[in-house]
Design a protein around this ligand. Structure first.
Ligand SMILES: Cc1cc2nc3c(=O)[nH]c(=O)nc-3n(C[C@H](O)[C@H](O)[C@H](O)COP(=O)(O)OP(=O)(O)OC[C@H]3O[C@@H](n4cnc5c(N)ncnc54)[C@H](O)[C@@H]3O)c2cc1C
Length: 381
């Protein structure tokens, strides 16, 4: 029996833990949230995969963030202590986060990411009667708008940067089950203006301005430009025989892809080659869907000029876009302006700067997430 550590308890991590445990392995499932479920099943406990998780022996560590990793051990920070967790096999299912593109007003109160606002509403933010404009790109915008409407908000408009023709092509190529989902989401948003080929260029606190000059009054702006994989862990640990990745950290493709890749990684960690191979055709189809998603909602070059010289790019260190002028690399920007050196360690501004300036972060170092100093140095095994 091997010790299998699974980092991340979203759909991919849950499927991996279940399949590895069903295959007789000693499994630990680690996640930094209060509850398992990741981004999509946040706070839920019902469903096939939760039932299967309850049916196996898995050590579940919640509110536990993995802050660093070696090739045989993880350093894990809990609210009151830190520990070193040794493993024989490791599955990384660290998911994705929202991509923000800085625009004037994005740091004001009541300016949210689209997924960020969804998370707040799921956690209890009362939006009854509030006027919200949802903007950015990707299918998540519809899911967020539908949830907001269901919770009593008035969705004033959905502003999608991708051209209608590309989005229509994407929708028409959806498999029947996904097409039905898309139609039902769209039906739940009947009457909400849905603009394509447009983007939000400013939030004033009481309205948004679009790129074509029109304004829409609102209380909240919920703006997100797709998702970026949480791939830092993978970069830190590098390729190893006993390490697998699964779910959105390998590329953005939705919950089915995460479940399939998670299940496959769990089977592989349990030595069940046959079970893993049987999933391959479905995984390939899910990856093809991921590629279509990326192409259909690719960011348009005009978004490059959303930020004015005064617009804050790095919220942690208060660095404006103008301060990055003349810099030639991410490293130079860090050294001269502290961009990306605050508590989030570039998790928010990194993808934005990559899009705006084309700079890739030069190295990934522990801690992967903000951590207490004492958590970094030794401690209980
Ligand atoms: C903000 C947001 C909202 C979304 N909303 C929807 C939606 O409404 N509908 C939809 O179909 N899809 C949505 N998605 C896409 C959704 O994430 C995927 O479809 C699916 O949840 C991916 O599953 P996953 O297991 O790969 O990753 P996730 O669900 O992201 O799970 C990864 C888990 O790993 C944890 N983690 C990461 N790093 C560490 C670490 N170092 N230590 C401990 N834990 C760690 C994370 O906290 C998270 O719980 C959303 C994505 C985001 C980012």
């Amino acid at each position: 029996m091997s010790r299998v550590a699974v980092v991340g308890a979203g759909p991919a991590g849950i499927a991996a833990a279940v399949c590895a445990a069903e295959g007789g392995q000693q499994v630990s499932l680690i996640d930094d949230n209060q509850n398992e479920g990741g981004q999509i099943w946040r706070g839920e406990t019902a469903g096939e995969w939760f039932d299967r998780l309850r049916g196996v022996r898995v050590a579940r560590l919640q509110r536990a963030r993995v802050i660093s990793a070696r090739d045989d051990a993880l350093r894990v920070e809990l609210p009151d202590r830190a520990l070193t967790l040794r493993y024989d096999k490791l599955i990384l299912a660290t998911g994705a986060r929202e991509r923000f593109l800085p625009y004037p007003g994005w740091t004001l109160p009541r300016a949210f990411g689209a997924g960020g606002m969804q998370a707040f509403v799921k956690s209890g933010l009362d939006v009854r009667g509030a006027r919200v404009v949802v903007g950015g790109t990707g299918p998540l915008l519809l899911a967020v708008a539908a949830l907001l409407r269901k919770r009593g908000a008035k969705v004033e408009a959905i502003i999608e940067q991708a051209p209608l023709v590309r989005v229509t092509g994407f929708v028409l190529a959806l498999p029947a089950s996904k097409l039905a989902q898309a139609i039902s989401l769209k039906a739940s948003l009947l009457g909400v203006p849905h603009l394509h080929d447009r983007w939000i260029s400013e939030f004033t606190g009481s309205s948004v301005r679009l790129d074509d000059g029109r304004t829409i009054d609102c209380d909240y702006a919920a703006v997100g430009y797709g998702l970026v994989p949480n791939a830092e862990f993978v970069e830190l640990i590098g390729p190893h025989n006993n390490v697998w990745q699964a779910g959105e950290c390998t590329g953005i493709g939705g919950v089915e892809k995460s479940l399939l890749e998670g299940a496959q990684a769990g089977h592989l960690a349990a030595g069940n080659q046959e079970g893993a191979a049987a999933l391959q055709p479905k995984i390939e189809a899910a990856r093809a869907f991921a590629a279509r998603l990326e192409k259909s909602f690719a960011l348009r070059p005009e978004l490059n000029s959303l930020a004015t010289p005064e617009t804050i790019v790095c919220r942690c260190e208060n660095v404006a876009a103008g301060a990055l002028e003349g810099m030639r690399s991410w490293r130079e920007a860090k050294l001269y302006t502290r961009c990306g050196m605050g508590p989030c360690q570039g998790r928010v501004c990194g993808p934005a700067v990559e899009f705006l300036r084309g700079w890739k972060p030069d190295s990934v170092r522990p801690p992967l997430l903000p951590a207490r100093v004492e958590s970094m140095i030794g401690g209980r095994e």
